[in-house]
Design a protein. Structure first.
Length: 329
């Protein structure tokens, strides 16, 4: 292998979030080097937002040495964005960028190959290449955290749909008269089973019946407004009836939703990442058992339901993974 062929694999993954930029060097086996995180003011100017990204990339490039031409940079950011043109369109979580040509700006500054995709798509690809989806061609990935983001990898490629807007699985509604979601629809799985939704239900139920939610309230130091989603799992283990009810509901919501996913896609593996998935990990077998009630597919239980390999660094791994795909036509 020539020296230049070897160098092209110096890949930087960058994860742009609603409050921060994180980046790291990622090997072609998906191993992460040291990670750098800095705050980002998403309400500032487009240039200030880009300066936060370039600061992270500069630090990583300088630490590595060598010329920029041998580096590839993959960025994942909240959508909507256009992965084909590399333009960030109008993400609610990053308001400083409207029709911002992020890939073109990176290429101009670093003379490097650059790719862009949304965070869940990119994380799905990283899991498919190096993580819990390795060895499978067709992968469904969901990050169940503050919200719910999903990515679909079919035949080893991210499924983007017609305009790049496919795989918004968090906004599949499972109850048309359910709670309103931030997206404007009702009963989206995000409005029912995300960390935000779980915490909200915990607060409402404890306020309605403080006695039934005594252990949950105790974990929040007696302040119902301080209840967070991760407390639900702990309180449920302690025997708190409110927490147990919320946990049972959440398991059922996810079974209904994943049942729909199986009947639509029949993936080879379903991967759950994010903070809420971590809490639910002991209950994955229960979710899988409930699939039989919510699937037409009689072989739904053969599909593994597994935890994600990449945790909080899934965006960095995902950004880098984009650089390991052939360039789309």
């Amino acid at each position: 292998m020539t020296d230049s062929a070897h160098h092209i694999r110096r890949t930087i993954g960058v994860d742009v979030g609603g409050t921060k930029v994180a980046g790291g060097l990622v090997t072609e086996r998906g191993e992460l080097g040291p990670v750098l995180r800095i705050p980002m003011n998403v309400r500032g100017t487009a240039a200030e937002g880009f300066a936060a990204v370039s600061f992270v990339v500069d630090q990583l490039v300088n630490n590595e040495g060598g010329d920029n031409a041998s580096i590839s940079i993959g960025v994942c950011a909240p959508g909507p964005l256009d992965p084909r043109t590399g333009v960030v369109l109008n993400p609610p979580n990053v308001p400083c960028w409207r029709n911002f040509p992020l890939v073109a700006e990176i290429q101009r500054r670093y003379r490097a190959t650059a790719r862009l995709d949304n965070d869940a798509n990119a994380a799905a690809l990283a899991e498919s290449l190096w993580g819990a989806g390795r060895g499978y061609s067709n992968v469904f990935y969901a990050c169940v955290g503050t919200g719910i983001g999903t990515g679909i990898v079919l035949d080893g490629k991210i499924f983007h749909g017609r305009t790049g807007a496919a795989a918004e699985g968090g906004h599949i509604s499972i109850d048309y008269s359910g709670p309103a979601c931030n997206c404007g629809k009702k009963g989206c799985i995000e409005a029912l089973a995300s960390g935000t939704a779980i915490a909200r239900r915990g607060r409402e139920m404890v306020m309605a019946d403080p006695k039934a939610g005594a252990q949950l309230l105790g974990l929040a130091n007696g302040d119902a407004n301080a209840i967070r989603s991760e407390m639900i799992g702990t309180a449920a283990e302690m025997g708190d009836p409110v927490a147990q009810q919320i946990l049972a509901d959440t398991i059922e919501f996810l079974a209904v939703w994943l049942g729909n996913i199986v009947d639509l896609l029949e993936p080879e593996v379903m991967i759950l990442g994010g903070g809420v998935s971590e809490m639910l990990r002991p209950h994955f077998p229960r979710i899988q058992d409930r699939l039989t009630s919510w699937c037409v597919n009689g072989r739904c239980c053969e599909i593994p339901l597994v935890p994600a390999h990449y945790g909080e660094n899934s965006g960095i791994a995902g950004g880098a993974a984009l650089c390991f795909l052939p360039v789309a036509n």
